[in-house]
Design a protein around this ligand. Structure first.
Ligand code: SAM
Length: 267
């Protein structure tokens, strides 16, 4: 009997109908799937049964040993590849895989935001379908004006169509997590690498740094937050040109306002 390890964020999904809903929401193409944290392999089993080619990254060596036995046939045939390591170490280079892929996973919550940011920046990753803490899912999927609208929402909205598909209660897991979960879907725009804003990794990183400054103190006016990066005069001029109120708070702007501000201020 394998015991769940807290330090690796292990909460195993047990509810059959939730697994089916995730499978039904998968992109309908033959691109391979990356699963992060296969755990005991229940979602992996569903992915394989749906004829997907899967590469799974699992940090826990005890679980890896179990998975190697459970999926002996699929590992031998090559339908499944199992990488027994911390996925963040495998992500040292820009892309996790050489070919286009979809990320589908019940993520370890302690590192979920970091993994989603990596996947958003990974140009080989075409879509993300992940179970995470609901509070974090709301931040990624929020729209302008909503309380949860944040740097994460703007980044996600800039690169993908972001939406929460459904909530998942604590009772669907073993052991139950402390928080409610949700399944988040981020479908990347096909041509985002052609964008004049985020065509390169460096440009995306610069935009992330800009958003971080913008939301440094979310309740303060935006123009004050941005003064950590730009002179006040340049900001006042751009706010006037773009008809943005100088007393607007960070969550009140639209994603497109952030694009224009970033572009004009970095000319
Ligand atoms: N997919 C399984 C399920 O749905 O039941 C398990 C999900 S559990 C929430 C998260 C899994 O991620 C665990 O198996 C854990 O060991 C693994 N994990 C945690 N941190 C990881 C990391 N940095 N790299 C790879 N796997 C990780």
């Amino acid at each position: 009997m394998i015991k769940a390890k807290k330090k690796f964020g292990q909460n195993f999904l047990k509810d059959e109908s939730v697994k089916q809903k995730i499978i039904q929401a998968m992109p309908n193409d033959d691109k391979p799937v990356v699963e992060i944290g296969p755990g005991l392999g229940d979602l992996t089993r569903e992915l394989l049964d749906a004829q997907k080619r899967v590469t799974a990254f699992e940090i826990d060596l005890e679980l890896c040993g179990y998975l190697q036995k459970r999926f002996k046939t699929e590992l031998k045939s090559g339908q499944l590849e199992l990488v027994c390591n911390d996925v963040l170490e495998e992500w040292q280079h820009d892309s996790l895989r050489d070919e286009a892929y979809h990320l589908i996973a019940n993520l370890p919550y302690y590192v979920a935001t970091n993994i989603i940011l990596k996947a958003l920046a990974d140009q080989k990753c075409r879509s993300i379908l992940v179970m995470i803490q609901k509070e974090v899912a709301l931040k990624f999927a929020a729209k302008s004006g909503e309380k949860a609208f944040s740097a994460l929402s703007i980044l996600a909205n800039s690169i993908s169509k972001a939406q929460i598909l459904f909530d998942v209660g604590r009772e669907c897991f073993d052991p139950p997590p402390k928080v409610v979960s949700a399944v988040l879907q981020l479908e990347k725009f096909r041509d985002y690498t052609q964008s004049d804003l985020f065509g390169t990794k460096e440009e995306l990183e610069a935009f992330q740094a800009f958003l971080k400054a913008a939301f440094q103190q979310p309740r303060k006016v935006l123009i004050k937050n941005l003064q950590s990066l730009y002179p006040k005069e340049a900001l006042l001029e751009q706010f006037e040109t773009l008809e943005i109120s100088s007393v607007a708070r960070p969550h009140q702007l639209k994603t497109s306002d952030y694009h224009l501000l970033f572009k004009n201020l970095n000319k």
